[in-house]
Design a protein around this ligand. Structure first.
Ligand code: NAD
Ligand code: DAU
Length: 341
């Protein structure tokens, strides 16, 4: 492993992975390929901008000629694919881009890699591919039962990865991470949206009763788990990366408001998300047994660091909350908030 292509490296988790890898492995060259969609942000990569082992290429993973040029120019031997459309609510409004990137894009990456003889491919997937469960924990052998266009697209991409391993013998690995939080997360997802809105004393649109459960994983733990599996994962294997921090949404938000000293009355219960998965829960048993690893960040500490980061970095999020962002916000929330209880 020498020249690693990180697709989607200007996004939330991809940029955390790039910042970690550039510092941790000075002998590796880390090349980012990112389309810079609304969610891609070069500000996320400022900390590595001047590092000699980092390069950036703008482009679409679903555009074969671009992918081939980047793979050849940088003599890539390893691909780590973070690139995706990643927001469930946007996939419900319009699934098109999700199929383009999360299914077709994965295929183009795989096929171009195969043609050029690049054999190491790690794919970043999600616990959402399993669907929802009331009790117990999903393990890697459970069936895929995605419920929304985002998770269905991610499941489609995963199955193509599997096919390239079984058919062509490509050394693939897949991680299924749980709900990830931390600095530099685009403020459409629950935590960064609600933190930044609360800082402006604006209403917080909580879907339904707010008793949905997510398993919260700190972004640095997620990136570290991917690094480990990239180096030690077995060909064709799939690994859950759960945060081991199950919480009801409403409790996470109340914790955040308490930290900021803001009133709980900012919470507004609004019309639920369609096909809203009630609970995600993963077991890390395989990761622990095979690689002796599990995430170790303490939830409350990571939450405090995260909230404080948004408090200290309004330069980062205030310029995002303009233009297209406001259009999306209006489409997603205007009626919901007008009819809030
Ligand atoms: P994000 O939306 O913050 O970033 C996605 C990045 O991909 C952006 O930089 C965007 O510009 C880029 N991109 C989108 N389409 C592209 C294309 N066609 N070609 C090249 N680049 C493109 O997403 P994230 O939250 O950082 O998630 C990263 C990955 O991790 C995704 O694959 C997602 O499915 C997965 N994941 C996310 C979470 C989570 O809680 N955020 C949890 C588990 C897994
Ligand atoms: O579980 C992993 C997944 O986590 C990733 O694959 C996705 O890319 C990532 O977006 C995330 O999906 P969720 O749908 O769980 O995350 P989101 O932040 O959109 O929502 C978290 C919970 O909060 C969910 O139950 C819906 C709820 N929610 C979200 C928003 C944006 C609200 O109640 N109100 C909101 O405005």
């Amino acid at each position: 492993m020498k020249n690693i292509l990180v697709t989607g490296g200007a996004g939330f988790i991809g940029s955390a992975f790039v910042r970690m890898m550039v510092e941790k492995y000075p002998d590796y060259n880390i090349i980012v390929l990112d389309k810079l969609t609304y969610a891609g942000n070069l500000d996320n990569l400022i900390p590595v901008h001047d590092e000699p082992n980092y390069r950036f290429e703008k482009g679409d993973i679903a555009h074969e000629a671009t992918v081939q040029r980047v793979l050849e120019t940088h003599d890539i031997d390893t691909i780590v694919n973070f690139a995706a459309e990643s927001h469930v609510d946007r996939s419900i409004l319009d699934p098109h881009a999700f199929v383009h990137t999360d299914v077709v894009g994965v295929y183009i990456l795989l096929e171009t890699a195969r043609k050029l003889g690049i054999n190491r491919f790690h794919h970043v997937s999600t616990d959402e591919v399993y669907g929802s469960l009331e009790e117990g924990f999903f393990n890697e052998g459970d069936p895929l039962e995605p419920n929304n266009p985002y998770s269905a697209s991610k499941a489609g991409g995963e199955l193509m990865i599997r096919a390239y391993h079984v058919t062509y013998g490509m050394h693939t690995t897949i991680t299924r991470g749980s709900n990830t939080f931390g600095p530099y997360q685009y403020p459409e997802k629950l935590l960064p949206l609600f933190i930044t809105e609360a800082l402006q004393d604006r209403p917080l649109p909580l879907y339904g009763d707010g008793k949905q459960v997510r398993d919260w994983l700190y972004v640095e733990d997620h990136a570290a788990g991917i690094d480990l599996i990239l180096h030690k994962g077995q060909p064709g294997d799939i690994y859950n990366i759960g945060g081991e921090n199950e919480r009801h949404n409403i409790d996470v938000i109340k914790y955040m408001l308490n930290y900021l000293g803001k009133p709980h009355s900012l919470i507004k219960h609004v019309e639920d998300r369609q096909a809203h998965d009630r609970r995600y829960a993963l077991t890390n048993d395989k990761l622990r047994a095979d690689l002796g690893w599990s995430p170790d960040t303490e939830f409350e500490t990571a939450m405090q660091e995260t909230i404080q980061w948004y408090v200290d970095n309004d330069w980062w999020w205030s310029k995002i909350k303009t233009g297209e962002y406001l259009e999306f916000y209006k489409q997603q929330y205007a009626d919901r908030l007008a009819n809030a209880k």
